[in-house]
Design a protein around this ligand. Structure first.
Ligand SMILES: Cc1cc2nc3c(=O)[nH]c(=O)nc-3n(C[C@H](O)[C@H](O)[C@H](O)COP(=O)(O)OP(=O)(O)OC[C@H]3O[C@@H](n4cnc5c(N)ncnc54)[C@H](O)[C@@H]3O)c2cc1C
Length: 732
């Protein structure tokens, strides 16, 4: 399943619509050697249109009705970039993104769907919500759930009477437990004009029975907070205005030179742009010249096979095959009451069996994406000697695979043993090394090396620079400069250039943000992208160190724990895309701003929490300060999704080694079945800071940190007197 041939060309997929999700699955099963695939999506989860009304009605959970695109890409060995495309330039073969540097492509495919138009309705931007993007609409439903379900019956206006509008009306009626007063406003004389008269009259009857009002020949021209106005001047009371109007294309496409007069991408029967043959498009965003195809998920699904085949053929300079749309197909409209209406040609009927059939079809489709098999990650040992083999087996029962990110570093015990032969007087064991350069000025240096645990090299570059400078900031120093050693994956010159460009742009942007300069670097070819960064800092004494903690001080942790577990789960295909999104958002926030605040409060000790986990870094503080610590495990801030993964016994490979210090921990909560206790050993990539501060100031410090975006900053325990002869201990 994995391509061993270095990538030569870049296929970039814009939008995680139905066609691209299926295409990724096809290329995952049958990779094209030498092709690097990238998906850029503004959301890591794509809704499946067939289940959309069921999701709104509450029949399906978010996970059941969404494709996890991050996970799909990982399985298909494709790069995933979480961002919005804001411009396409076919001439330079570049895409602009809303928050990252540009992306180059050799072949491009676009499957970004459409959104209901609101251009002809005054006030729609402020007082109406479009059913797409679905994530925004789901947010609206959540925010307004009390009103939508109100017993007094809120007034919901659905603007647009196509199949989508009708299905939405049934779903919202169910969601409101029958309470909402729903009206469908339709500019045409009939609802669902695309259906046959007999199906239409069946749908009309069901709507009437459910008390859903239809207002035909009513073109909505204005909306506000409490009413809507239709052409002709009639006004209706309305609490919620929902747009399910005609599909409109994304405005940014207008400047691409790829569109027809309606703003959609103009394609030929091979799903290829008419002007630029190396650009393909499918689904709602694409329109075949000279034909007006209905906007429906069914077409996006059906086009996937032709799209994948034609992209493959185009790259291999073989003839392409046309997409031939089906004239008619079976449509199943759920009525959100355990029944569905089936329609084909002139005929329509409604029954509970049809709803069951719809569920089977939709669930089977989604199983293609939820039941992906990930190869088992195992440590490869190839030792001949039987004694060594036994030893390797013992280790491999504990360590099932080696983690990336900060989990790939060597454990603290092994590291100290390995360095024990060196002259200790030449070494420093604080976060960064301190070199005096003039009387009162010092230079701090630290080095970190991590390999990419995500496929998006831009996000990786940002995280790598945050991770490397964390040691400098933990000592209260200013960032000065950096040297970068980049491991560039084997690839063609073009692809290598693109990898270097994006990684270095991210690193350089990160350095700019800290006021630091890039001094130089070095590259090496490797299997995997990795960055080693020498971080230089400068300071006037005194520095923040690990040695100043005093009894009664509070322990404050600035950011949530659990990134090691999430990275380990991701490698096994067990992490949810939205949990990884949250984790990456935390990692991309550096400790730069936090340190400014921390210094203002004159904290007594500080360290960053990275590979040795909270416990390892706290032990460094209490050993240097000659104190004990008491942790309140129930106060630990935790990243979303981590508990569930610990329950599945997922942990980072280095967590095993981080347990070397368990003999220094005592207390009732010291229990390996306690999920919070296990979190203490989890390595953090670009983790937060742990500081000790007098109890009078800790609440204000946490408040100020939360105000600038460290939303989980918390007191997690306190420092106590050293009570035992045996040295520093941690109580839990
Ligand atoms: C209420 C409702 C019910 C429906 N029910 C059905 C049904 O039962 N069956 C059916 O066949 N059709 C149904 N449809 C129609 C269906 O939703 C669309 O036709 C279908 O989703 C189009 O699929 P697509 O693959 O073209 O794009 P989409 O499924 O819309 O996917 C496009 C993706 O691209 C992403 N994207 C958008 N812009 C950007 C950007 N600039 N950069 C990066 N990513 C971007 C979006 O987040 C999205 O994930 C329904 C529509 C509605 C409104």
């Amino acid at each position: 399943m994995r391509s061993q041939t270095p990538p030569i060309k870049d296929l970039v997929l814009v939008g995680g619509g139905h066609s691209h999700a299926l295409l990724l699955r096809m290329f995952g099963m049958k990779p094209l050697l030498g092709l690097r695939i990238t998906l850029i999506s503004d959301s890591s989860h794509a809704p499946y249109s067939g289940m959309l009304p069921g999701l709104i009605a509450g029949h399906y959970s978010f996970d059941e009705a969404h494709i996890d695109l991050r996970r799909l890409c990982q399985w298909a060995n494709a790069r995933f970039i979480s961002d919005s495309v804001t411009a396409i330039n076919p001439k330079t073969q570049k895409l602009s993104l809303s928050s990252q540097s540009d992306i180059d492509f050799d072949i491009l495919s676009i499957n970004i769907g459409s959104t209901p138009t609101r251009s002809h309705i005054v006030g729609a931007e402020k007082f109406a919500i479009q059913v797409k993007p679905v994530s925004k609409f789901l947010g609206y439903l959540k925010e307004n759930q009390t009103s939508l379900k109100s017993r007094t019956g809120s007034k919901i206006s659905i603007i647009g009477g196509g199949t989508g509008g009708v299905e939405l009306a049934f779903a919202l009626k169910h969601l409101s437990q029958g309470n909402a007063k729903i009206s469908i406003f339709q500019s045409a004389p009939e609802i669902i004009p695309e259906q046959s008269p007999s199906v239409r009259s069946l749908v009309n009857r069901v709507l009437k029975r459910k008390g859903i009002n239809i207002t035909p020949n009513s073109k909505v021209i204005q909306v506000d907070a409490s009413q809507i106005e239709v052409e002709g001047g009639q006004v209706f009371e309305s609490d919620h205005n929902i747009l399910v109007t005609q599909a409109a294309p994304a405005p940014f496409l207008r400047t691409s030179g790829l569109t027809n007069h309606r703003g959609f991408i103009e394609i030929n029967s091979f799903l290829q742009s008419r002007k630029f043959p190396f650009i393909f498009a499918a689904g709602d965003v694409a329109e075949l010249s000279g034909s007006k195809q209905e906007k429906s998920g069914v077409y996006a699904v059906r086009q996937a096979k032709t799209l994948a085949r034609n992209i493959r053929s185009f790259l291999r300079q073989k003839p392409l095959s046309p997409f031939v749309p089906q004239k008619d197909f079976l449509r199943l409209i759920g009525t959100a009451d355990g029944k569905a209406i089936a329609s084909k040609s002139q005929f329509g009927c409604r029954s509970s069996l049809l709803w069951q059939l719809k569920q089977i079809i939709d669930k089977r489709f989604m199983a293609k994406f939820s039941k992906l098999r990930f190869p088992k990650q195992r440590v490869a040992f190839s030792l001949a000697n039987s004694q060594l083999e036994r030893a390797s087996r013992t280790l491999s029962t504990k360590v099932k695979f080696w983690c990336t990110g900060c989990g790939e570093k060597v454990g603290a015990r092994v590291l100290h043993e390995g360095l024990s032969g060196l002259n200790e007087s030449q070494m420093q064991f604080d976060d960064a090394s301190v070199v005096s350069i003039e009387n009162d000025k010092i230079l701090l240096q630290s080095i970190d090396h991590i390999s990419a645990f995500i496929s998006d090299e831009y996000s990786f570059g940002k995280i790598a620079v945050n991770h490397a400078f964390s040691d400098i900031f933990a000592m209260g120093a200013e960032a000065h400069s950096a040297l970068v050693s980049l491991h560039v994956p084997y690839s063609s010159e073009n692809v290598s250039k693109r990898i270097i460009e994006r990684t270095m742009q991210a690193i350089s942007t990160g350095l700019d943000g800290f006021g630091a300069t890039l001094l130089g670097g070095h590259t090496t070819r490797a299997e995997k992208l990795a960055a080693g960064i020498v971080a230089n800092g400068r300071s006037q004494l005194p520095l923040l160190t690990k040695a100043g903690a005093r009894a009664n001080d509070h322990l404050v942790l600035t950011r949530p724990l659990g990134s090691g577990i999430l990275i380990a789960a991701q490698m096994q295909g067990k992490a949810k895309g939205y949990d990884l999104d949250d984790m990456l958002a935390e990692m991309m926030k550096s400790n730069y701003e936090a340190v400014d605040i921390i210094q203002k409060y004159q904290v007594s000790a500080c360290s960053d929490v990275t590979g040795f986990g909270l416990i390892g870094h706290l032990i460094e503080i209490i050993s240097s300060s000659k104190v004990n610590a008491k942790l309140k495990l129930e106060s630990l801030p935790i990243l979303n999704g981590v508990f569930n993964l610990i329950e599945q016994k997922i942990e980072s490979s280095i967590a095993v080694e981080n347990r070397w210090c368990e003999s220094l921990i005592s207390g009732d909560s010291k229990d390996s079945d306690n999920l919070l206790y296990q979190l203490l050993f989890d390595p953090q990539t670009a983790g937060g800071l742990i500081v000790t501060i007098s109890p009078e100031k800790s609440a204000d410090l946490c408040r100020e940190l939360r105000d600038v975006g460290y939303s989980e900053a918390k007191v997690i325990g306190e420092i106590t007197e050293l009570t035992e002869e045996v040295g520093a201990r941690i109580f839990v």
